[in-house]
Write a protein that binds this ligand. Sequence first.
Ligand SMILES: [Zn+2]
Length: 481
Amino acid sequence: MIINKYPGYQACIGMEIHVQLKTESKIFCSCSNKFGDEPNQNICPICAGHPGSLPSLNKEVVDFAIMAGIATNSKISQTTTFARKHYSYPDLPKNFQITQDNLPICHDGYLIIDLPDNQTKKIRLIRIHMEEDAGKNLHATENESWVDLNRAGTPLLEIVTHPDISNSQETKAYLTQLKRIVEYLGISDANMEEGSFRGDVNISVKKKTDEKLGIKVELKNINSFKYMGQAIDYEIERQIALLESGQKIKQETRSWDSKLHKTIFMRSKGEAQDYRYFIEPDLPILQINEEWINRIKKEIPELAHEKLIRFQQEYNIANYEADILVSDINLANFFEETTKFCKNPKLACNWILRDVLGFLKEKKLDLKSSKITPNLLAELLIELDKETINSKVAQEIFLEMAEYGKSPIHIIKEKDLSQIGSIDDLEKIALEVINTNQEQVKEYLSGKDRLFGFFVGQIMKATNGKANPKILQDLLKKHLK
Ligand SMILES: [Zn+2]
């Protein structure tokens, strides 16, 4: 869209993503790192920034950072240090944030993102560093604000790219891949709405023939993939239009107004803020040896792209099916568990993609909050496989199972839903239907083939939908001659 409108221009987009790590405790104290507790329940003198309190580093944060580094093809620094970044804000009682400055834990990584038509693109990462989060200001009324320090001192990874991204589609592909990686590593919930995966975007445009990058504008506080894409599209057009009309782009921070559907000015960045970084004197220089890195390498689980290939080979399912399954690690695990019980991967895959996802979408649920379990679904699929029930009845049972978490076998017994698979029983019913519908028999025999469906329907009606469809068809073919 942009390309067609302004073929001479190119957008250069860099991303800074903050990933909230799901460690047990905070980064520099032993307070609980739990989301959603009552305000100021999980604080101590260290994370509340009392003078004289001493931070000590949580090793799990370092482990998680190394994991993220390995999974993003980054180099892990042998020597890494923490630094103080000074600024003043009510949710930061120390008046500085402990972060990393010029010796971050990981550097020079990259991700290969998937684009339409089997295209790929390499997005280079400048760095990944560890830091503490600030607290949260809660604005109760116009004249009254509260500070909740539960989030103060919770661990973050900041993942920074080069400006290698060119449009909103590539942004989405990059974010999707990064989100999958941290979810599969199990180091973050990566929930954008809860703020555990949030990002800032740096965006500039330039003439394709220019070597130098344009003036960059920062987009902040955007909390969904959708808004991020819309904001980027808007911002690219806004900047090109400014240049085309001979105006200059100002270095500033803007946010996305989803109601007005445009980016709006937040603050000017005329002069870069001086944070007066210096090495954090209360934390030692951290040395990471090969042994440590090798130990973490062994702990790295199977990642999404590896699972995608394995699912196709091991379970003989299509690429697009495997792609949907691995898009969410919970869904991928659900599929494997179900298959382990029912031993029919193709059937499990079909039912998960059609019925399970359909049900969850309709009820606005996610897998974890629903009552559907791999055991229950497998129980249903085994009965279907054994032809105890036909697929129409199975769908009815599924809905009741999904809604109330009831056992399919129990529902079959309770409602007497077992399929009528006895040839003798079905033959009696088929003959009765043929006898009472002689008109239709004549028409069918004179060439009206589609009346076959009428007879199937009549028998299904007579058996409350419980007839074995295959036996039924064979019987009809035998007697309708
Ligand atoms: Zn604390």
